[in-house]
Design a protein. Structure first.
Length: 230
């Protein structure tokens, strides 16, 4: 589904990403972890089109999208969520989900049920719990026939238990819909328990990549990140 080859991003003299290679298989959940400043959110920004790379190429389903706009990527099925919720607080959950679904004739009821939002559809989004708002945000990202979903710290502001529950919902929905997901997250337990494959970034480069158990036991990963990640 997604291939990143030799990706580099420079902010002046600072290299946020350097020679990053990444392959995400179709229909899988791929986690990206690493210390603060490792380049995780920058990677999501580049794949979603919000930032242009300094070097390297990006391919989705074998098509080079490196120079495509955010709008064109969205229309082709690439969607993302942000660390902060992007919902309409004065609208009901149903109204905003139906608005997003109209762009791609998606199944609002099915997505709402998969994310545990069925009982909240007629609630004003600004009045529901923050964890529920995060799920609404993810639902908005999924509606519109999304092929590749990019989630930037979906657990931000949630407790460990809330994050774990959120990941269970996301995993179930991705499996039922056939969507592919790349998830950047600080909660390593949620990542290792929910993802098919995990990539670890450190100082803008790939430190490790592989199945969760293999990455978790990698001495370099333990030394650079997991030893201080709890």
């Amino acid at each position: 589904m997604l291939t990143v080859s030799g990706l580099g991003v420079n902010f002046g003299r600072v290299q946020a990403l350097r020679g990053v290679d990444l392959t995400v298989e179709e229909g899988t959940v791929h986690g990206v972890i690493g210390p603060n400043g490792a380049g995780k959110s920058t990677l999501i920004d580049v794949v979603s089109g919000r930032r242009r790379p300094s070097s390297g190429r990006i391919y989705v389903e074998g098509r080079d999208i490196t120079k495509e706009s955010v709008t064109k990527r969205k229309r082709s099925g690439i969607s993302r969520s942000f660390q902060r919720t992007s919902i309409f607080p004065t609208a009901t959950v149903r109204d905003q989900l139906e608005l997003a679904a109209a762009l791609g004739d998606s199944d609002v009821e099915g997505v709402a049920e998969s994310l545990g939002l069925s009982d909240l559809l007629d609630k004003v989004a600004g009045t529901i719990a923050y964890g529920d708002q995060r799920r609404v945000d993810i639902a908005l990202s999924l509606l519109g026939k999304t092929k590749l979903l990019l989630l930037d710290e979906p657990g931000a502001g949630l407790s460990s238990a809330e994050t774990k529950a959120l990941f269970i919902h996301v995993r179930e929905l991705i499996e039922s819909s056939g969507t592919t997901a790349v998830i950047v997250e600080h909660d390593v337990d949620a990542i290792f328990s929910s993802c098919d494959r995990v990539t670890v970034l450190n100082l803008g480069s790939v430190l490790a990549d592989g199945p969760p158990d293999e990455v978790r036991s990698n001495p370099d990963v333990i030394a650079a990140y997991l030893g201080s990640a709890g």
